[in-house]
Design a protein. Structure first.
Length: 302
């Protein structure tokens, strides 16, 4: 079935006249008639009774009319949307982030990019490092952001964005809340909240073990939201990246002696065509002054 056949059918169904329909479609009547006969052959029956002075829809034609109208409208909408994307009127961004990446890192760039398009559609995908790699492989995401994917795929491009340290975060009610700096040894008696969804959780835990902390008895947390709620309830303490945002109810402190740093990367697929939005966002992220953003994020709260 060709779309011009559907268009000719709808024109005849509207005008009930093959000649007028051909004029509307800017084709000769024999061409229109031939196309409709081909359509009838594909559908297995006559769509029109060719009577004078007006053609009439057959029972099959009446049943097919709403379906073919829907098909034609969908195709027309797809063409219009494609033209809008190509002309820069509409943009789409499909980006995958690991659970440990704070979306607030992207907000200034997303706010800037949306001003370049009349309409901008976002799709954010979350997952662990392996899942982010799969989103990129399958084409479900154009860009990925993670501290480390660990994917050995030769088409995976990676660009380092920034390197950050980890800090202690506690409730303002906690005894350590009044200190700007703590020693790793000060945490031996504390109940730890372990961010197992972070790509670097194993490295952080390994560093804590080296200083005698019993990380095996820590509470295992599966999301940043749960972590914040437990910290606010003063149920434990956590070691989190500099760029992780926290509410004013919590306090940060530098942990002296903790050997834990991570580098956050931007990922893409080599050789795969990107949308105008994805290309623009990639340029923005790679050219951003990340250290200034990190300094503002880790500034004392409250």
């Amino acid at each position: 079935m060709e779309m011009h056949q559907v268009r000719y059918f709808l024109a005849v169904a509207r005008t009930l006249n093959f000649t007028r329909a051909a004029d509307e479609c800017n084709v000769t009547q024999p061409s229109l008639t031939r196309a409709i006969k081909q359509l009838e052959a594909e559908l297995g029956g006559d769509l029109f009774r060719r009577e004078r002075p007006a053609a009439q829809l057959t029972e099959l034609g009446q049943r097919m009319h709403p379906l073919l109208q829907q098909c034609y409208d969908a195709a027309s909408g797809a063409r219009m949307l494609a033209a809008s994307f190509k002309g820069g009127e509409v943009g789409a961004l499909r980006i995958a982030l690991t659970h440990s990446i704070d979306l607030s890192l992207l907000i200034p760039h997303l706010d800037q990019i949306r001003r370049q398009f009349n309409r901008l559609e976002f799709r954010f995908l979350r997952g662990d490092a392996r899942e982010v790699g799969e989103y990129l492989k399958k084409g479900e995401a154009e860009l990925g952001i993670a501290a480390e994917i660990g994917e050995d795929w030769d088409r995976l491009d990676a660009w380092p964005l920034f390197t950050e340290s980890f800090q202690l975060v506690v409730s303002k009610r906690h005894p350590l809340a009044g200190r700007e700096t703590v020693e790793v040894g000060d945490l031996r008696t504390e109940q730890l909240l372990s961010r197992n969804y972070c790509e670097h959780s194993d490295r952080v835990n390994s560093s804590l073990r080296e200083h005698g902390l019993d990380v095996e008895r820590s509470h295992e947390i599966c999301s940043e939201r749960d972590l914040i709620e437990l910290l606010e309830a003063d149920i434990g303490v956590a070691v989190i990246p500099d760029t992780a945002s926290i509410p004013p109810t919590l306090k940060r402190a530098t942990v002296e002696g903790l050997d834990a740093r991570r580098t956050v990367h931007l990922y893409g697929v080599a050789g795969r065509e990107r949308t105008a939005v994805a290309s623009a966002v990639m340029r923005m992220l790679r050219g951003a002054h990340w250290q200034q953003l990190i300094d503002r994020t880790v500034a004392p709260v409250g």
